[in-house]
Design a protein. Structure first.
Ligand SMILES: Cc1cc2nc3c(=O)[nH]c(=O)nc-3n(C[C@H](O)[C@H](O)[C@H](O)COP(=O)(O)OP(=O)(O)OC[C@H]3O[C@@H](n4cnc5c(N)ncnc54)[C@H](O)[C@@H]3O)c2cc1C
Ligand code: SF4
Ligand code: SF4
Lengths: 395, 61
């Protein structure tokens, strides 16, 4: 029985980060238990599902069933309605994350991990004040399972971290309130992702249209957590937008969620606990993309964890800290940089945004690479905006 | 006191991420707020994308 064994590692949360970690650790011969609250892994989807091909290929050979559409163009729409289209230098995908997430957990299972759904972790198990496993409920039955190491891959709520004494609370100005409808019966270009950038429509975020086919799309909004204090909610804003632009749409499904847009978390590990993915705030704070970055954090964490456990060392904070150090020297550093860009971008008014799009439209089409566009936007800070270019396509 | 409309709630966990005192517990299709721990700071109401949370004056029973 899965709940009577002792494991090397318990991973909480079977999103892309948790399943990727579980697959790697199991493939190295460690005993791994992957616990997921949902009845069906990947359902419901809480995501726009956009990824870039090269990002995905770092971890998996893209499978045709994962891909709803292939993207070759981005279109940015200014508050006054003028727009620019930019050809991508590499292709992107809109995924079917229900299939994707479910397959990733199956890959972990194939490598020997035990995967249990309907398993809600409610607290950590402590022995002599040390984390020694997890407690929870599975199909109305309580369980207690011990392990050497616990991985918090529990997404935006990140409670495993808090149980272990890590402060994962996120400030309202560092999280977007996200709301999306997958709709059909509309006319969309299946190869173009569109972004409405406007403080009036989506303060502290944007509205996205990610096509899922010829007549369907994920249309969603992210607004700063602060924006709802004296303004409309994400749902109200998106519903208004949809009624205006697509009055005849049919709703296929609804997706709700918080999108962490913060600097890297200060503490990613403690004794016997590591945090990965959204739980460790490994999300691009400008674009909100977190699928690829979450898997990158999983790989880095798994490498460190496997080395320690295979050599029979204790997974103490001091031994696990290499993961955090490696992160902060690579993606973490980049996220810090993007966070600074986000702070600058947040200050742009709708008038600034209109001017930027107008300026870019004066560039000859063949010169409209994202990098050039952003260099043209704010000539006094070219290095900063060169990064913005990569931000939207890179992750 | 903070109330959740469980018919509207999508159990996404955004509220739990901002709660300063970690008093929101999520399940696949349930949410519980520990009203003894809750400070009524209302951050959860602001982050909820679908207005599933609201503040109601304490009822005296
Ligand atoms: C509206 C919206 C749109 C987005 N669009 C994009 C996009 O287009 N591209 C992109 O790259 N990113 C996007 N993101 C971000 C992306 O969805 C996340 O970054 C990504 O899912 C993070 O993966 P993860 O594995 O860390 O966490 P998750 O995918 O959130 O997985 C965490 C898992 O843990 C489970 N869990 C949580 N707590 C417990 C518990 N106590 N016990 C058991 N299980 C638990 C959850 O049920 C969940 O399955 C979007 C997010 C939102 C909300
Ligand atoms: S943020 Fe709103 S929808 Fe999400 S779990 Fe909390 S109350 Fe429910
Ligand atoms: S009001 Fe504040 S303390 Fe109470 S549940 Fe909401 S966020 Fe937590």
């Amino acid at each position: 029985m899965w709940n009577t064994k002792r494991y090397d590692i318990i991973v909480v949360g079977a999103g892309p980060a948790g399943s990727t970690f579980a697959r790697i650790a199991a493939s190295k011969g460690l005993s791994v238990l992957l616990l997921e609250r949902k009845t069906r892994i990947g359902v419901p989807v809480r995501c726009g599902e956009g990824v870039i091909d090269s990002g995905l290929r770092l971890f998996y050979e893209p499978c045709p069933e994962w891909i709803a559409t292939t993207i070759d163009k981005f279109c940015f729409i200014a508050p006054n309605g003028s727009s620019i289209a930019v050809k991508l230098q590499e292709k992107g995908y809109i995924l079917n994350r229900n299939v994707f997430d479910s397959d990733l957990a199956k890959f972990a299972e194939k490598e020997g991990a035990t995967v249990v759904t309907n398993a809600n972790v409610n607290s950590l198990l402590f022995e002599n004040d040390k984390v020694a496993g997890v407690k929870g409920i599975c199909n109305n039955e309580p369980f207690e399972i011990t392990s050497k190491l616990v991985i918090g891959a529990d997404g935006v709520e990140s409670r495993i971290g808090r149980f272990a004494g890590i402060n994962t609370k996120i400030n309202l100005n560092n999280i977007d309130s996200g709301y999306q409808k997958t709709i059909s019966g509309i006319d969309v270009d299946r190869n173009v992702c569109s972004f409405y950038i406007s403080n009036e429509l989506a303060p502290g975020g944007y509205i996205w249209i990610f096509p899922k086919g010829n007549d369907s799309a994920n249309i969603g909004i992210g607004i700063s957590g602060k924006a709802h204090i004296n303004g409309k909610s994400a749902k109200t804003r998106l519903d208004e937008f949809l009624d205006l632009k697509y009055p005849k749409h049919k709703v296929e499904s609804i997706s709700v969620g918080g999108i962490p847009l913060s600097k890297p978390i200060k503490q990613m590990v403690t004794d016997s606990v590591m945090l990965i993915g959204d739980a460790a705030r490994t999300v691009n704070p400008l674009s909100g993309g977190g699928i690829i970055l979450g898997m990158k954090s999983a790989v880095k964490a798994a490498d460190v964890a496997v080395k320690i456990l295979i050599s029979d060392k204790e997974p103490t904070k001091i031994n696990l800290i290499d993961y955090q150090k490696q992160w902060m020297n690579s993606e973490g550093k980049q996220i810090n940089r993007i966070y600074r860009i986000k702070t600058a971008v947040d200050k742009l008014t709708d008038k600034d945004l209109n001017n930027i799009i107008e300026r870019v439209n004066k560039l000859p089409v063949e010169k409209r690479s994202l990098a050039r566009i952003f260099r043209a936007c704010i000539p006094q800070k070219p290095s900063l905006l060169f990064d913005v270019a990569k931000v939207f396509v890179g992750y | 006191m903070i109330e959740v409309d469980k018919g509207d709630c999508d159990f996404c966990g955004a509220c739990a991420a901002v709660c300063p005192v970690d008093c929101i517990e999520l399940y696949e299709k349930d949410i519980k707020i520990d009203s003894k721990k809750c400070t009524e700071c209302k951050l959860c109401i602001y982050i909820c994308p679908i207005e599933a949370m609201s503040y109601v004056e304490h009822e005296t029973v």
